[in-house]
Design a protein around this ligand. Structure first.
Ligand SMILES: [Zn+2]
Length: 488
């Protein structure tokens, strides 16, 4: 089956039957909160620690142990809701979600069913479409079962009890690229709000995709859930695969291919989804209010404090930079890659750096110099250097070597320029003197230039700059040479 995307639409044409199909997609994203400790105990959250070394009586479910809520996780969950425009519940509570699995020693996960922290809100796509959020709730992660060690299944509980938020969209998405755009924006907003590092390689952002197909205008079709995708590329590929598979099944009329509501897994090697289990309904989880944790009341002052921590949303920040400072779109995009980088850039501009030059210097020189270069520099140091370059006082080549010294030794750029004598000569008389010297004995070139072959002057540029020992601006020297020839 090879469906054909209809130009500029989110519908697909079946070449065999001539029928038109559309996708209905909803996303559930689990995001690990940037806390130092777990959600209901003091164990450290630490990626890559030796198995079962970050475990206590609470997160390994010893009888009689009691959960205590991590205040930082609560604050970050509320902040996530605010960043995404949700309403924050004034009163809320936790629920037990029961299921049995070897990585869940309690036999239930502490989550939220009926009263999540956040409801409503959403993310606006570039097309103007709003992807509405149903809810965001706070819950604990399960442990990790490792199945590929010979005959054994090993269990690591380091991850059990790590705080997660789960954000659930309405079924508002209708194409693979819309899903990717939503996820990219979501990740960026959560990172910039300081809610999560969203490092997908560490499993800090995991995505479940609900996908079904239907004919335009028809009711919802049978929905399939694809679990635990840890890359946006896989999300797009899995949706694309399900579109083809589901339409083929529906058009075949074959009872053996009948679609069922189920959970499927994405096989990254084969590029296919595989049935994992038929999906539990909410009733199977036997949700009940968590009796060991009190109902939570969130005072307005608490919520407002988190609102003040949000910072400017990255998309608005980019738009402001482009408008106020005339930054190129791709530079603004690159500089908002993380909140830290965006804040750093703004601090350098506040310290007096011309914005456009500063953006280009940061992206092309500083960030390519060495991976941790930003942590070794102060914004005002880059501001000082960029300002000298923009004023023509230091050449680009010199700025690069000043940067190397400042990175290695922490010496202030002005001091390096002074010590190494890198300040450009702006004295016109001195520049003229070098140019006159370069003109000596070059009558043929002078004649060529006078005859209108202006480019011939370039042959004198090298010698003149050499006399200036790199301390003269090439454009100024060229201009001076042309002027002296014209006057001669
Ligand atoms: Zn613990």
């Amino acid at each position: 089956m090879n469906l054909v995307r209809q130009a500029n639409t989110t519908t697909w044409l079946s070449p065999h039957t001539g029928q038109v199909w559309e996708l209905v997609i909803g996303l559930e994203v689990h995001c690990q909160l940037a806390t130092r400790s777990k959600l209901f105990c003091g164990c450290a959250v630490e990626f890559g620690a030796a198995p079962n070394t970050r475990v206590c009586a609470v997160c390994s479910a010893q009888p009689g142990s009691l959960p205590v809520l991590n205040g930082e996780a609560l604050r970050l969950a509320v902040r996530a809701g605010l960043a995404l425009g949700c309403s924050i519940a004034a009163r809320t509570h936790f629920d037990r979600k029961h299921y049995f699995y070897c990585d869940l020693p309690k036999g239930y996960q502490i989550s939220q069913a009926t009263r999540p922290f956040c409801t409503g809100g959403g993310v606006r796509l570039r097309s103007g479409k709003l992807v509405r959020l149903q809810r965001i709730h706070l819950e604990e992660d399960a442990g990790k079962a490792i199945h590929d060690r010979g005959p054994w299944t090993l269990v690591d509980l380091n991850r059990a009890g790590v705080p997660l938020i789960e954000s659930v969209t309405e079924a508002d998405l209708s194409a693979p690229e819309e899903a990717v755009e939503y996820l990219t924006a979501l990740k960026e907003m959560l990172q910039h709000a300081g809610v999560s590092a969203c490092d997908m390689e560490k499993g800090e952002l995991r995505c479940d995709v609900n996908v079904s197909v239907r004919k335009p205008g028809a009711g919802y079709g049978t929905k399939v859930e694809i679990k635990n995708l840890n890359s946006f590329r896989f999300v797009a590929a899995a949706i694309e695969y399900e579109l083809q598979r589901q339409v083929a099944a529906l058009e075949s009329g074959d009872p053996a291919q009948r679609l069922v509501q189920e959970t499927r897994l994405w096989d990254t090697e084969q590029g296919v989804t595989r049935s994992m289990r038929t999906k539990e309904g909410a009733a199977d989880y036997r949700y009940m209010p968590e009796p060991d944790l009190p109902e939570l009341q969130l005072p307005a002052s608490f919520v407002e404090r988190e609102r003040s921590m949000l910072g400017e949303p990255p998309a608005e920040r980019r738009a402001r930079w482009q408008q106020q400072w005339h930054l190129a779109a791709k530079d603004a995009e690159a500089l908002t890659h993380t909140r830290e980088l965006a804040d750093w850039f703004e601090a350098a501009v506040r310290a007096g750096a011309p914005p456009k030059e500063c953006a280009s210097f940061l992206l092309n020189e500083v960030l390519t110099a060495q991976p941790d270069s930003l942590s070794l520099l102060l914004p005002r140091q880059v501001a000082a250097l960029v300002t000298m370059v923009a004023a023509g006082e230091v050449s680009h080549a010199s700025a690069r070597s000043v940067l190397r010294v400042t990175l290695a030794e922490g010496t202030e750029p002005e001091v390096v320029v002074q010590q190494q004598g890198l300040r450009m000569v702006l004295d016109t008389r001195q520049i003229e003197a070098w140019c006159r010297q370069a003109l000596v004995g070059r009558e043929a070139i002078i004649a060529d230039v006078k005859a209108g072959k202006v480019a011939a002057v370039n042959a004198l540029l090298g010698p003149a700059l050499k006399l200036a020992a790199g301390k003269a601006n090439a454009a100024v020297v060229r201009e001076t040479l042309l002027r002296l020839i014209a006057e001669s």
